[in-house]
Design a protein around this ligand. Structure first.
Ligand SMILES: C[S@@+](CC[C@H](N)C(=O)[O-])C[C@H]1O[C@@H](n2cnc3c(N)ncnc32)[C@H](O)[C@@H]1O
Length: 242
């Protein structure tokens, strides 16, 4: 009994890894999350059963029923693929699913996926660690395990890029805390909605404008000098080297 825990990447199906595409083609059952692009499903065995577990973010009761479902399916099917958006282990609760399966003797094979945390900014032409502008990147969820908002004040650092997942509804608090923590209110910000899909949209501005951005989830918020870049058009906004 094996469950394949597979990353679907951030959007379009051709961003799947070769290994993920092969496993989808061999699957008897695919248990998929929200945010899986329709083009990914073109890689799935046409005879496979598709189970939607459209989990609402932060809902831990549905996580335990997903764990139970995976155990049940693994007992009755040869190739069960648990398909998760982006990378299963970047705010994807892949670790919890593996532990639940191992507890009942089901083995797991993991296949990484391109995470929206890194591929999302690039979809808008943003190089998250452009030399001379950013020394590193902090990837953070706006909320903790109990739904509490992350304290952003300690994350403010002018030479680091901050990539925030699940932050759209808290964007006002995030901006206020980063400014309180020491970031200049004019620090560049970009919000990339539905990266690597046909509905992709990018909104740019400064940290003190973030609260008023007209944006919807799923989206990635990028804070830092690199957010001025759009390498797709080779257009560099007024970038100041550190
Ligand atoms: C529960 S997390 C899952 C992240 C996923 N495991 C990954 O590695 O990309 C969901 C959040 O990821 C971000 N996200 C996922 N896919 C996205 C996409 N295509 N465009 C923009 N943001 C995305 C959003 O912040 C969304 O609220």
């Amino acid at each position: 009994m094996t469950v394949y825990l597979v990353g679907a990447g951030p959007g379009e199906g051709d961003l799947l890894t070769v290994r993920a595409a092969r496993l989808l083609g061999d699957a008897d059952v695919v248990v998929r999350d929200r945010l899986i692009d329709v083009s990914v499903m073109e890689f799935v065995n046409p005879l496979a059963t598709i189970v939607d577990v459209g989990k609402v973010p932060g809902d831990s009761s549905s996580q335990s029923s997903i764990n139970e479902l995976l155990v049940e399916l693994a007992e009755s099917h040869e190739t069960v693929v648990r398909l998760k958006g982006g990378d299963p282990f970047v705010f994807g609760r892949g670790g919890e699913e593996i532990l639940a399966l191992r507890d009942v003797g089901v083995s797991c094979v993991v296949v990484p996926g391109l995470s929206s945390a890194l591929a999302g900014p690039l979809a808008a032409g943003i190089p998250v660690t452009h030399r001379g502008i950013s020394r590193g990147v902090t990837i953070v969820s706006a909320r903790g395990a109990r739904g509490e908002i992350t304290d952003f004040r300690g994350l403010a650092h002018a030479e680091l890029t901050i990539v925030i997942l699940m932050g759209v509804e808290h964007r006002g608090v995030i901006a206020a805390q980063l400014i309180e923590g020491g970031l200049d209110p004019t620090t560049a910000v970009a919000v990339v909605e539905q990266a690597w899909t046909g509905q992709q949209r990018t909104t740019r501005g400064s940290l003190d404008e973030l609260a008023s951005f007209d944006v919807r989830p799923p989206a990635i918020i990028v804070v830092g000098g690199v957010a001025r870049f759009d390498l797709r058009s080779l257009e560099l906004f007024d970038v100041a080297l550190l």
